[in-house]
Every structure is written in C-alpha cells, then in structure tokens.
Design a protein around this ligand. Structure first.
Ligand SMILES: NC(=O)c1ccc[n+]([C@@H]2O[C@H](COP(=O)([O-])OP(=O)(O)OC[C@H]3O[C@@H](n4cnc5c(N)ncnc54)[C@H](O)[C@@H]3O)[C@@H](O)[C@H]2O)c1
Length: 372
C-alpha cells in the first residue's frame, strides 16, 4: 500500500503520525511511504532520518494526499485539507467527529474512509489510542504543578519534595484512572505526600496495592474532598465519566477553603473540567488566578512535549496501521473488532452511531459497509 504522512497544520500541533522506526516497519512489510518535507521537524525527527529509514520525501501536502492510499495523521483534517482528500482514501487519525459538524459532512462528501483513533476500542472497553496521551498528561501535570507552585509563578513557594528537616508538599489527585495514576506516581517519585481519590472501590484497592507508601487512597465524596483541598498544595483534576461532562467536584465557593497559592491542574478540562472555575487555556498562556488559586487548564497538554508524545502515540498506532496496510481496511476491520470500532465514516455513510446521533445523520451498520 502507499502510505502518506502529511505535516500537521492545525495550530500548535507539533506531533507527527509516523516515526522513522515506523517507516522502516512499513518498508519491511512491502509498503511505500511518502512523508511531507519537514513533517517531523517539530518532534525532533529530520527528513534525513525518514529518508534513511526508506521514506520518500515529497515537497507539499498536496503531493502527499495525491499519491497516498492511506493517510496517517495526528489531528483531524482542517478545512484547507478537505478538498485534497480523494474518494476511497483511508484516513487514520484523531477525528472527534461529534465535536465538528463541518468535518463530518466533508468526509461524507469526499467519500473518504475515516478510521478514528479515539474510537478504536478493546473488548474491556479501554481506548488504546487515547491511553498514551493520558499517560503523558498525567505525568506532565506534576511537572507543571511543581513549576507553578514556585513563588515567581504565583504559587505558594513550596518545593514538592521538601528537603531534609522540611516536610514535602501535599498533592491531591482527583480520579484514579490513567491520568490520575500517572500523576500520583510522579508526585510520589518527587517525594510528595499524595492522596488519590476515586469513586470506584475496586480501583482504589488496585491503586493501594501498586502505589508506593507515600500515596494514600481515599474514597471520593464531597466530605472527603472538602477536607483534602484545605490541606493540599497541588490538586490534579483527572476525573472522567465516559460520554459525559466531568462533574464539578470543586465548586467556586470551595476555593475559599484552600490556601492562597495553591495550584490546580485540571487535566479533565477537555471534558469541561472537574473544578468549576477552570476554563481551557493554551500553552502560550497556561494559567490564570481566581481567589488567589493558580489554575492551569491547558486542553492539549501533550502538545508541549511533542517528542515524547509522538513516540508514545506511534507506539500505540503503528500495530493497527500495519494491519490496515497489510490487509486493506475492509479485511483488517472484519478480522479485528478493535479496529472495526474505529470506523466512523465509509463510502459516504456514517457508520458510528454516536456520530450519526450527534448530527442527526442516517446511520449505516458497519458490517453492511464491510460486506460490500
Ligand atoms: N488536558 C489534556 O491535555 C488531556 C490529555 C489527556 C487526557 N485528558 C483528559 O483527562 C481526563 C481523565 O482521563 P483518563 O484517561 O485518566 O480517564 P480514565 O477513565 O482512565 O479515569 C477516570 C477516572 O475517574 C474516576 N471518577 C469518575 N467519577 C469520579 C469522581 N466523582 N471522583 C473521583 N474519581 C472519579 C473513574 O472511576 C476513573 O477511574 C479525561 O477528561 C481526558 O479527556 C486531558
């Protein structure tokens, strides 16, 4: 198959969908890979490295779309890319169709085959192509939190790990899923005193088993949260209720219970945030202050560490991309339920129920598309 890797053009997107190591895998399997000039440069990957791995470098985004049977990307195509997409071209990328109606209509009109990273789903309902970004964001939450606890950043002026003779900071993590687990581990590694809360008792049992001694597990409820925020120096919001907005576990009136200079890093801000006063910010302007509390609410945290994020993402996407290239999308999806769940649009039809519902479009059963 002919694979194309365009340079990402969405604002502030520095990742790339395929590394030179990935190119080598495709080549080993007998495929051709065309990479747009400079596609990897913001992730620290040069054209020379791609060429050495066996890719052909092409000068423009048009050339990539023109030649490729399968386009591998990171972000959804933006409007200027819509007309470049050809009938029956396979696109494997994050789409988030339910949050962009024009994109949905454009992919239907172009008759593209759209396999969305975010809906590839394992039998245990986990989302393997979202996990790596949650891992990055969870770990980064502590790095950023530690920075904003510094006085010049308007924080309390407390060192996360303390020093001999001075107690370490207290970190509260709300939500013990992927983000929360990684955040708690990092905070514990710094030597902080960590409390991690979740509503799931089995999850808390698991966390209690695997976490180091400076992490305490606590049931998440209003009473316990009120007590914990009064003590915490750094609070990480990492709650997710699938398909719903995050619950506001810390409401505006609760900010007064916290000490001035406390830092909140609301990773869940992309789902509305679990702290009521959080609204999305950017890497250019990541924080704001309300009632002396420093709010960090960047909605695309992994974007700041494109090198790590690119490698983490491609580690997860490559095995699926290889199946698509080796078998063709119909056979690959028919033989792999996880990939099949990733199909959102094919042959001008919406084949993912949530997307059809979101925009009131007719829904076509995915199996009927695979059989044609
Ligand atoms: N800002 C970013 O750049 C970025 C990057 C990656 C992920 N995220 C977001 O981070 C959030 C967390 O993602 P995840 O992968 O860890 O999800 P996850 O499903 O692995 O974990 C969510 C956890 O929240 C728990 N939970 C639900 N209700 C709760 C409550 N009331 N109190 C405490 N815990 C509760 C669940 O039991 C679960 O363990 C999501 O909103 C995700 O979109 C943001």
């Amino acid at each position: 198959m002919i694979i194309g890797v365009p340079k990402e053009i969405k604002n502030n997107e520095n990742r790339v969908a395929l590394t030179p190591a990935g190119v080598a895998e495709f080549k080993k399997n007998g495929h051709l890979v065309y990479v747009q000039k400079g596609a990897g440069e913001n992730s620290g990957l040069s054209d020379e490295e791609y060429t050495a791995a066996g890719a052909e470098i092409v000068p423009t985004i048009e050339a990539v779309y023109d030649i490729a049977e399968m386009i591998i990307k990171v972000k959804e195509p933006i409007a200027s890319e819509y007309p470049l997409i050809k009938k029956d071209q396979l696109l494997f990328t994050y789409f988030h169709f339910a949050s962009c109606e024009p994109l949905t209509h454009a992919m239907i009109e172009q008759k593209a085959v759209c396999l969305a990273y975010e809906t590839v789903e394992k039998s245990d309902r986990s989302l393997p192509l979202l996990v790596p970004m949650s891992e990055v964001a969870g770990r980064m939450a502590i790095q950023e939190g530690a920075k904003y606890l510094e006085k010049p950043m308007k924080g309390k002026g407390i060192l996360l790990g303390g020093v001999p003779g001075v107690p370490p900071a207290k970190v509260l993590v709300l939500g013990g899923g992927i983000v929360g687990t990684q955040a708690a581990k990092m905070a514990a590694g710094f030597g902080a005193r960590v409390v991690i809360m979740d509503v799931s008792l089995p999850r808390l049992r698991h966390l209690a088993d695997i976490m180091p001694a400076n992490v305490t597990t606590v049931m998440s409820n209003h009473y316990n949260i009120r007590e914990a925020i009064a003590e915490a120096d750094l609070i990480v919001g990492a709650v997710l209720i699938p398909g719903a907005k995050a619950p506001h576990l810390i409401t505006r009136d609760m900010l007064k219970l916290m000490h001035p200079g406390t830092v909140v890093v609301d990773v869940a801000v992309d789902q509305g945030g679990c702290i009521e006063t959080c609204t999305p910010t950017t890497h250019e302007n990541p924080t704001f202050i309300i009632d002396d509390i420093v709010h960090y609410c960047v909605a695309n945290m992994p974007g700041a560490v494109p090198y790590t994020s690119t490698l983490a993402l491609t580690n997860a996407t490559l095995p699926y991309a290889l199946q698509l290239a080796n078998k063709g999308w119909k056979k690959a999806c028919a033989e792999n339920e996880e990939l099949k769940k990733g199909l959102n649009v094919a042959n001008g039809k919406v084949v993912y129920e949530g997307v059809a519902q979101a925009w009131g479009l007719p829904f076509e059963n995915v199996d009927s598309v695979l059989q044609n």
